[in-house]
Design a protein. Sequence first.
Length: 221
Amino acid sequence: MSTDQLKIQAATAALEYIKKFDYKIDLGVGTGSTVNELIALLPSVRHHIDAVVSSSEESTKRLEALEFNVKELNQTGDLTLYIDGADECDGHNRLIKGGGGALTREKIIAASSRQFICIVDQTKMVDVLGKFPLPVEVIPMARSYVARQMVKLGGQPIYRDGFVTDNDNQIIDVHNLKILDPVKLESKINQIPGVITNGLFALRKADLTLVAQKSGEIIKQ
């Protein structure tokens, strides 16, 4: 089974969690290639969805093209359900996100949602987070300062050259971190002046992860 097929499999499994509601929900939708497969499938459950809050301009365009009612989070209040992918996931549903650069909005939506479901394929599962570079969104003037602090934490920071987030900020990707205590590190990085947020989702981890297997099975954790 190809990686694209695994992404479709994970996205399809997530639809069942939208269908279980007997009322129309406000749905949070993330960003990335697996989420793009989800968005393509959402018209089949349109009657379960009142409004959608998106974590990126790219996802918003896709949703609007399918004529969904896309709203700002300020208009909806707390969301019933948030579905998003991840760049890495450990056995405790703690994640690294932000490979697509939408980590800040994703973190806000996750915090505002009563349930957070992560959809991934088996290649994203790890024992210890950190093989995937940790994205850190920074205010532009603080980029070099924050990078120096990342070196002190044992990482190798690399500026994501030419990339600007939907919030008009920049991203540093921190390589070679072995993240043994994701909660502690998430808090520590977020306290550095100039950091908007980082791609660790440990303080608000996923409530449920659906992992697509090459065997065709969906593992729930």
